[in-house]
Design a protein around this ligand. Sequence first.
Ligand code: NMX
Ligand code: MLT
Length: 436
Amino acid sequence: NTDLKGIIAQKIPKHAALIKQFRKDKGKSKIMDVELGQMYNGMRGIRSMVYETSLLDPNEGIRFRGLTIPDCQKRLPKAPGGKEPLPEGIFWLMLTGDVPTQEQVNWLSKEWAKRAKLPSHVVKSMDTMSKTVHPMAQLSAAVTILSAESKFQKAYASGVKKTVYWEYVYEDCMDLLAKLPVIAAKIYNHSFRSEDCGCVEIDPSKDWSYNLMTMMGYSDPQFAELMRLYLTIHCDHEGGNASAHTIHLVGSTLSDPFISFAAGMNALAGPLHGLANQEVLVWINRLREKLGDDPDEKRLKDFVWKTLKSGQVVPGYGHAVLRITDPRYTCQREFAEKHLPDDPVFKLVSAIYKVVPPILKELGKVANPWPNVDAHSGVLLQYYGLTQMSYYTVLFGVSRAMGTLAQLVWSRGIGFPIERPKSLTTEALMKQLGGK
Ligand code: NMX
Ligand code: MLT
């Protein structure tokens, strides 16, 4: 069955009824107590959101609807002759909760290809944007302008019932996912290649990742495999990360999916979040300039300490939730071991993996000394010729659309209200707790 909308139309009311009963039975039950320290520490660890598409375990890593990354690599459909999962499969999984068949995934590739064309006003705005605008700002701006096409916005204005909001949100999310590779390729070509390179055309017989790669002017089938893996593993990281949370929050005001997603991209563009993949390569290139490609351990350690002593973070290391090496790092490392074992930058990334965790442990304050997803993605992209580091976070963003938009459909389907937690002043807290 390839009727994706029909499948979720059946599932949403069942899940909404389950939640209704659950809230009736357990609505007053306590999940946890909140400590004052957590309020001042970026709400770290506070369990305060419901988000269905994925769940992060600090000691195991991410699961998408219950499946780990190795599970997804094994069970999700592949491209003909390919070994990596197709991102279409993970979107289907996150949206429906079911592992899709090859037929369902092929249908999704075709459906997205059908919806991919950009309106001419968006093309015009993108073409006239200054090349000095960061690719992430271009992404955010392009998607914001695309909101003029929102079916949800129009349906809301015409007064449709709350129970059918999700149907229009679904249409917008599918349109946005379909158009994102075209937008991302246009940003790449506009920023780094000649404007009239004429390759921004979707091939409806090809998958989402392959189309993105070719529209950017690349053709290596192994790079297409990397794109499929990359776009699969960055798709979601439960709901509390800054970009997903922003999209969830803005969506809860009934802003349309385009402007909700654009808001999340502005969060992803921060160096402590998605921009870290750019920062990692900038840092590694600086290291190579100073120490060459094969520095001994002592010089490498000195470089790391120098970074820390100058008040900077080591990009790509640490995490707000994870307490292990990120499985997204591990699967990229496995890809590199298989396809680029002799690449000097990969060897350097491996050497950094040996020296950084003990140093961060020694620092004493870092909760997680292990690498996250961003410590490994840039080295793979540069190997295939994608050396423009300021572009890396755009690929992260294209992928992150899948989890966050699948959740947006469910959020409107379940009828989540506007998100609005209570804040307090320090004065009010001191009054309550008796501090001074
Ligand atoms: N290098 C140096 N110091 C660090 C690092 C690091 N990689 N990670 C954490 N710390 C510091 C942190 O700055 C804080 O210092 P201070 O108290 O002086 O402000 C202290 O250790 C405690 O922070 P944590 O509780 O360990 O980390 P937190 O949950 O606040 O932040 C990150 C998580 C990911 C923002 C943080 O580890 C970091 O800045 N890492 C480097 C940037 C990065 O790789 N971000 C990408 C995350 C993944 N993503 O794609 O979003
Ligand atoms: C993410 O993928 O969003 C990052 O690992 C950050 C996070 O989970 O907080």
